[in-house]
Design a protein around this ligand. Structure first.
Ligand code: RBF
Length: 160
């Protein structure tokens, strides 16, 4: 699991599936927007760099990571997308709220992946502090938004 060993933006474009004709929904949370905007922008750019048409990418925001569950469910059930990327950032605070949100979002998105035929990609960064989140959203360790886009492309190619 150690992201320290892995650059989140590193991928071999020659083996990444072409995204031409794919429709992708991107959902991002406004909480910790310094981080989530960078993740969102990374995901959009990587999709386009790999052949997805910009008109085939729908980007919607939700207030916080908790709302990613409802938002992703709506996107999945709409039947409009070949893949949905859910982006959020939860930073550990002084209360147990962190654990409740992380567990709830993880369980909610997992359920969608089991119950529906549209892959939902897990773009939730969960960190102990802001620096760790910055390092994973375009900093020292790359951008998890890029990684989510590559994952979506691979899942759409493998299962459609
Ligand atoms: N949303 C996030 O996306 N990231 C957070 O780090 C985060 N921390 C929260 C901490 C507290 C104490 C509360 C009450 C909410 C937090 N939220 C966070 C918002 C949450 O995902 C959701 O939007 C709200 O709880 C409303 O349903």
């Amino acid at each position: 699991m150690a992201t320290e060993m892995h650059n989140l933006s590193a991928y071999d474009a020659s083996v990444v599936a072409d995204g031409k004709g794919r429709k992708v929904g991107i959902l991002y949370a406004e909480w910790n927007s310094e981080i989530t905007y960078a993740l969102r922008d990374g995901a959009v750019k990587t999709l386009i760099d790999n052949g997805v048409n910009s008109e085939d990418i729908d980007v919607k925001s939700v207030p916080g990571s908790w709302e990613l569950i409802f938002g992703a469910a709506q996107m999945v059930k709409s039947g409009k997308y070949d893949s949905v990327i859910a982006i959020g950032c939860v930073i550990r605070g002084d209360t147990p709220h962190f654990d409740y949100i992380c567990e709830g979002v993880t369980a909610g998105l997992s359920k969608l992946n089991v119950e529906y035929d549209v892959p939902v990609i897990f773009g939730l960064i969960t960190t102990n502090n802001l620096l760790q989140a910055q390092e994973r959203s375009g900093g020292r360790l790359g951008n998890k938004g890029d990684e989510c886009a590559v994952t979506a492309l691979q899942m759409m190619a493998t299962f459609k």
